[in-house]
Ligand binder design. Structure first.
Ligand code: FAD
Length: 146
């Protein structure tokens, strides 16, 4: 994977949240200068018994929050196990932010469709969606979520 051309940050874990039996969120201190938009993602590199393992993960925190968060579906594979084993104080390399799938501000209504763990890429937009809905005087609806 070519990860040249964007900024690399080191950050430490400040919290781990179990979302379901096979989904966890890991929160990191937000590095100085880590400015991102809702919908962006980063390469997250963590230490495992086999060395450094890296995967692209969507930011599941909102850009308005003081921490950054990634949410991973646990698969029992090497990166997944290393991510799931992270505890407060552990460090990871975060290469990003990346991606252009960000929320447009000039549309009255927005429809987003996602499946599986992809819901977390949309979850970070909650606050922004609610603000957008309030501004345009309609209510956001979640049709179905499993
Ligand atoms: C932009 C972007 C954002 C993403 N955001 C998220 C996110 O927020 N949360 C999230 O959980 N995931 C996200 N993903 C997916 C994530 O990067 C991982 O691919 C995914 O979570 C699986 O990783 P893993 O290490 O658990 O499993 P992997 O070990 O990568 O396994 C995934 C599948 O590939 C198969 N596989 C692995 N190696 C091989 C091989 N050598 N040959 C054939 N098959 C193989 C496995 O059997 C399995 O079915 C994102 C991906 C992208 C591109």
């Amino acid at each position: 994977m070519d990860i040249s051309g964007s900024k690399q940050f080191e950050s430490e874990v400040i919290g781990v949240i179990s979302r379901t039996k096979d989904v966890i969120s890991v929160r990191f201190r937000r590095p100085d200068g880590f400015d991102y938009l809702s919908g962006q993602w980063a390469f997250v590199s963590v230490g495992s018994e086999k060395g450094q393992e890296m995967k692209p993960l969507s930011l599941s925190s909102s850009p308005t929050e003081s921490f950054i968060e990634f949410t991973k579906r646990l698969t029992g594979h090497v990166f997944s196990n290393a991510f799931a084993a992270m505890k407060v104080g552990d460090k990871a390399l975060i290469n990003g932010p990346r991606g252009k799938l960000t929320l447009p501000s000039d549309y009255k209504k927005i429809c987003m469709l996602s499946g599986g763990i992809g819901i977390y890429a949309l979850a970070q937009r909650d606050q922004i969606l609610y603000r957008h809905a309030a501004k345009n005087q309609h209510s956001p609806s979640l049709f179905q979520s499993f």
